[in-house]
Design a protein around this ligand. Structure first.
Ligand SMILES: Nc1nc2c(ncn2[C@@H]2O[C@H](COP(=O)(O)OP(=O)(O)OP(=O)(O)O)[C@@H](O)[C@H]2O)c(=O)[nH]1
Ligand SMILES: [Mg+2]
Length: 385
């Protein structure tokens, strides 16, 4: 009897397997399915010029791909698509209606395009190594920091960018060096105005306090107190419950360059040692001042206490990186510094938003495709067995 039952079950399984293979062999199903899983979670970085937008993206990449400068720098919109399996970075540029072919991305090529007046969009695809795309690909937009009060064209460009795309969130950078400027206020009001005038616009705004290293506890500047004041200010402007993540992006970029075995210039060596001293004096200063949900913070705290990146502690302690002659740090120490910079907090926050907001939408799209191709019963059977 049991033998007969097993035989019958095996036959059903074989039939279902054939059904599944036929489904994937059908081009229309394959195309629809591919489209459904090719979902993006778009993040637009906004801030007045020189707030550290491009440096923040470079820190996520682990090296300086995008041009940065201590003056108006980014001259075009950059679209960076995270692709977890790519080993290299490729890029192409739009010059009016003409789009270049894909090329290997290099800082030199991007700098060249950035200085060309006609270039209005640069697209980059490659792996943001510290962000996992669960259910949707992260797409970052780096925008030129407009000098709002003087040039209306910039504000028009941003309005177009904000309303034309399906952005997941806006990340607004508050420059610790230059808080509460007119330009910053105008840009914040601009976001609120678009929200009010466009019912479909439901993107949330997340705030990053960039250049958090600029607050020195020794000079009596307490980051926690400043963050509370900034929160009150943002509430007054019109953002109800602002989430604010302080980040030391330049420190994170230098630490990642070192861990990628890249050579640091003399200036960079000095800067990194300065940042490390600052972090050692108060390792949880940035982390402890972060204003986001408690349960996400608890997840991140595991890393800051030394268990980060799921790598064996022995390996981490053994591997050493020389900052300059006679001064080395272990990979374990470097990882701890990275957590202390707040950059990984932001990366984990992105992962959290992708899973919370983009993944459910992707699953709805997939179930629509399954229904369209009458495959729901097949997938239910697979689930039950
Ligand atoms: N101290 C400190 N300086 C930083 C940090 N991040 C960026 N900077 C500096 O700030 C300046 C501007 O940085 P960018 O990344 O070019 O700023 P941006 O917002 O992209 O500027 P635009 O492209 O002109 O809008 C550069 O000189 C950076 O080195 C940081 O975390 N700490
Ligand atoms: Mg820039």
């Amino acid at each position: 009897m049991d033998k007969q039952k097993t035989k019958a079950n095996n036959q059903i399984a074989l039939a279902k397997y054939k059904e599944l293979m036929n489904l994937f062999a059908a081009r229309s199903f394959y195309k629809d399915f591919k489209e459904a899983v090719d979902h993006h979670f778009e993040v637009m970085l906004m801030a007045p010029m020189s707030s550290g937008k491009s440096t923040l993206i470079n820190a996520m990449l682990g090296f300086e791909l995008l041009p940065t400068a201590n003056q108006a720098c980014t001259a075009t919109v950059y679209r960076i698509e995270d692709n977890d399996i790519m080993k290299e970075y490729k890029c192409r540029a739009a010059f009016g209606d003409n789009i270049s072919s894909w090329k290997v991305a290099s800082p030199q090529l991007l700098k060249e395009w950035n200085s060309t007046d006609e270039c209005n969009l640069v697209e980059i695809e490659g792996n943001l190594p510290f962000i996992k795309n669960t259910g949707a690909k992260l797409v970052l937009y780096d925008t030129p920091g407009p000098n709002y009060s003087r040039d209306k064209r910039h504000s028009d460009t941003l309005t177009r960018a904000l309303t034309n795309h399906q952005f997941g969130v806006i990340v607004f950078l508050l420059n610790a060096n230059n808080l509460g400027t007119d330009d910053e206020r105008i840009m914040l009001n601009h976001i609120l105005d678009i929200k009010k005038s466009n019912r479909k616009f439901n993107k949330r705004t997340v705030f990053v306090m960039s250049k958090a290293d600029q607050f020195d506890e020794e000079d009596g500047e307490n980051l926690k107190e400043i963050m509370i004041k900034v929160k009150t200010y943002l509430r007054k402007v019109g953002f109800k419950s602002p989430k604010i993540i302080p980040v030391m992006a330049e420190a994170a970029l230098l630490a990642r360059k070192l861990s990628n075995n890249m050579k640091l210039s003399k200036h960079e060596q000095i800067d990194l040692l300065k940042y490390i001293d600052q972090i050692k004096a108060s390792p949880k200063n940035v982390f402890g001042s972060t204003l986001i949900d408690k349960h996400i913070m608890e997840k991140i705290e595991v890393g800051i206490d030394g268990l980060g990146y799921n790598v064996s502690q022995d390996i981490l302690n053994e591997k050493n990186f020389e900052i300059r002659s006679n001064i080395s740090v272990s990979l374990a120490e470097l990882n701890r510094y990275l957590y202390s910079t707040g950059l990984h907090t932001l990366e984990l926050y992105f992962e959290h938003l992708i899973t919370q907001e983009a993944l459910p939408k992707t699953m709805v799209k997939i179930s629509k495709v399954l229904k369209k191709h009458n495959a729901m019963s097949l997938f239910n059977w697979i689930k039950l067995n």
